[in-house]
Structures are given as C-alpha cells and as structure tokens.
Design a protein around this ligand. Structure first.
Ligand SMILES: *Cc1c(COP(=O)(O)O)cnc(C)c1O
Length: 425
C-alpha cells in the first residue's frame, strides 16, 4: 500500500472509507476544548455504541412492566437471552453456533475450561504459557496446577522471546512441543499478545500440539473483534475472550467462550456444573441429576446478567451491520499500515515499533517503544494524554495504540502522529 503524509490525504481516505458512517454510531469521549479525543484504547475498553442504551433500557423497561414474566415474554425473553448473542459471537471467532456461548468473565472461563481440559497424569502434567502472559492468566494457570497438587516450578513452562528480542518465535514454540510434548498436557497461549500486539499462528500451533496429543486453548482477549479467526476449522480445543475490549460491550461485560464441537457434544466430559448448563428441556424439572446441554452452553453455571448481555447484543448488532470481520480487517490493515508509515515518516527512529512489521502477524495495535534520548517514555505518554490522545502505558517503556476500524479514522491517526511529534519538540 502507498500512503502520503498530508492532512489532505488522511481526509480523502476517510471520505473513501466504506465504514466511515460507523464512527457516528459510537459515543466518542470529548476533550475539554470540546473536540473528540483521539481514542486509541479500544484494546482496553471499547467505546459505547449509541445502540447500547436503547437495548439496555429495553430490558429495564421490560423488568418494570413485566417483572418475572420478562423471562418468557417479549421479543427477547430473558430465559434464552444468551442465545441471541450466539450467532454473531460465533462469526467473530469463526466457530459454529453450538461451539460458542457468552457467560461469566474471561478469567473465570479460563478456570472452567481448565477444569475440563487440563487433566494431568503422572507422565503428562505440564502447562505451557508465555513468560509475559497477562498476569491474570499466569495466576489462573499457577493456581490450577497447585489445585492438582503440582508445583508450578516443575509443571509450568514459560515461553520466552529469544535473548534481546521482543516477539515470540514460532520455531521455538515448535521446538518446545517437539522436545517436551510428551509431558505437556495443555498449551494455553494468546491469539494476540497484549503487550506487543503479535498475532500467533493459532492454526499451526494447534496442529503441532495435537500431533503430540496436547490440548490447545487460546486466550483471545486481544484477538476477538480485532483479527478474523477460524477456531472451528483450526480445530482449537477451547478459547476464551472478553467482550469489553474490541467488542465494545462495556466495563466488566460478560465474556465469550468457545468449546470445539468435538468436546461440546460430549455431555460426559468433566466440568464444574450449574443449572444453566443443564439440558434446557428438563432444566426446570429441578432434578438432582445433571444432564449437560450438548453444546458450549453446557458449561454455563448461572442465569446470566441480562443488562450486560443486552449491551453485548447491541455491540454485536453493530458488527453485523458493518458486515463482520472481513471488511473490518480490510480497513484495519490500511489504518494500521498508515499509522506505521506516518510514524516512520514523521518520527524516524525516535520511535521503535515492537509490533511485527508483517501485517499478517498483527492486528490493529501498534506498541511503540520510545527511545530515551532525554525523553522518558512516561513523559511522552502524559503529554499525549494532555493533548487529547488517549493511549495506554505499559512499563517499562511501551505506549500501546490501537486505531480501531469501527470508530477510528485516518484523521485520528494523522492527529495522533502530529501530536506525538509535538510532544518530542
Ligand atoms: C484483558 C485481559 C484479561 C482480563 O481478564 P478479566 O477476567 O476479563 O478481568 C485477561 N487476560 C488477558 C490476556 C487480557 O488481555
């Protein structure tokens, strides 16, 4: 792709953008001067669709007017409400409808998945995660190991980038599986690494793991709604994600979970059970015997928080109207490519992008490492903030920026890079 450095060019690209109307469907936070913020933290908390308050208010009104009858009456009764989210969620991650459910939250779902898919034996008892995993994932894995009486020192393998490098090397992942595969029970890796923005080759990793009899699960916190995936075809065993990052469903939103059909239809699979996972046709018989729903829904525990599901339904409707992940990805490739180009053109080597340069190995996020020529990275971040550009700071010196194709524009990227340049001068 060829880009240009002028404001004219950015404005032109916004004009040509087939998704340009979607920005108007979101509430964009304002600066004190009344102008829109440059909001590049959709990877942390996605913005609120204007449709959300309508969908949430519908449920509040229903509760006012119908009380308990809201479970069965109206166009979207609460009883099957989670089902209204399934089709769009499944499209976002490339799963079948019987493989996807919105329930609980991300870390909770990782635990519930490990209950079913981490079954250590004397020979095969290790879990592989990355050394720089999101802390919650690290704690979840460590506590699962201890729960089984295993010492994380022996049973937790931490995958690291090579000395002096920032990114995970797929050759090293393959070599690790080849060398220690027989003792590994579970591989649990990110789809998109939260710090560097690197996309892992989920398809190959799953294949390598399965060749050695290993279960393979992914944390898709930074992948869902960001990069297209084909979890079913890739044969991934399970995956979990949150709906408040790229899926714009609000702080603490209910999470998403994928269980491959192979496992989801196996009602005998061990799990921590609750009544909402019970076969729908007999759930209200209130029998003591648990009979699992033969889909991913069989892992649900409780009747879900409808107000949160309503916000997810609104957000998924926006994804549907935008045409799903393909057109979003198409714009994302251009937008992030443009940002990389402008940073290089305007900032030269004062900024080092640690995210892979290969567009196939990244989503929309670029992680900028600030060169310390008299400037502390944190000072630059604070100056950006004061100038109306919201980004995300991660110790020791990374500014994460995510131009999100649904609501960010080429002019956002232009303004951001001009502001960044001014912060240095
Ligand atoms: C955002 C994020 C989480 C957060 O977990 P919650 O349980 O939703 O609070 C966990 N893991 C990763 C990789 C994340 O990016």
């Amino acid at each position: 792709m060829t880009y240009q450095t002028t404001l004219d060019y950015a404005q032109q690209q916004d004009e040509l953008d087939p998704l340009k109307h979607f920005r108007d469907q979101f509430h964009i936070p304002k600066q004190q001067n009344g102008k829109d913020e440059v909001y590049f933290v959709g990877n942390s908390l996605g913005l609120q669709p204007k449709l959300t308050s309508e969908y949430v208010n519908d449920e509040l009104t229903k509760w006012q007017k119908l009380g308990v009858k809201g479970h069965f009456e109206s166009e979207h009764p609460w009883m099957p409400y989670h089902e209204f989210l399934t089709e769009q969620s499944a499209k976002i991650v490339g799963g079948q409808n019987n493989e996807v459910v919105c329930m609980n939250t991300l870390t909770a779902n990782l635990h519930f998945m490990m209950v079913s898919f981490f079954k250590p034996t004397k020979e095969r008892f290790k879990i592989v995660i990355e050394d720089h995993a999101f802390p919650s994932d690290h704690y979840a894995v460590e506590s699962q190991l201890r729960h089984h009486g295993l010492d994380p020192k022996d049973a937790m393998i931490l995958l690291k980038p090579r000395e002096g490098e920032e990114l995970l090397n797929h050759d090293d992942i393959k070599a690790l599986i080849d060398e220690q595969g027989d003792s590994i029970a579970l591989l649990m890796l990110p789809g998109v690494q939260y710090y560097t923005g690197q996309v892992l080759d989920m398809k190959s990793i799953t294949q390598w793991g399965h060749d050695k009899g290993i279960m393979v699960g992914f944390d898709l916190a930074h992948a869902a709604g960001n990069v297209p995936m084909q979890l079913h075809d890739w044969d991934v065993d399970f995956a979990c994600w949150c709906n408040y990052k790229y899926i714009n469903s609000g702080p603490g939103a209910v999470g998403g979970c994928f269980v491959h059909e192979r496992h989801a239809t196996n009602t005998k699979l061990n799990r921590f059970a609750g009544w909402w996972g019970h076969d729908k046709t007999t759930r209200f018989k209130m029998a003591n015997e648990f009979s699992a729903t033969p889909t991913a829904e069989g892992w649900q525990l409780s009747n879900p928080p409808i107000l949160s599901l309503a916000a997810i339904r609104a957000s998924l409707e926006v994804f549907r109207q935008a045409g799903g992940m393909e057109p979003l990805r198409e714009k994302s490739l251009k937008l992030t490519g443009y940002m990389e180009y402008l940073l290089k053109a305007e900032m030269g080597d004062r900024i080092h992008v640690i995210t892979p340069a290969d567009p196939a190995q990244r989503g929309c996020q670029l992680s900028l490492s600030v060169r310390m020529d008299g400037k502390e990275g944190k000072d630059v971040f604070n100056a950006l903030e004061a100038a109306g550009c919201t980004t995300d700071w991660r110790e020791p010196n990374v500014i994460r920026c995510a131009p999100v194709p649904l609501y960010n524009s080429f002019v956002d990227v232009y303004d951001f890079v001009q502001t960044l340049k001014a912060c240095f001068e």
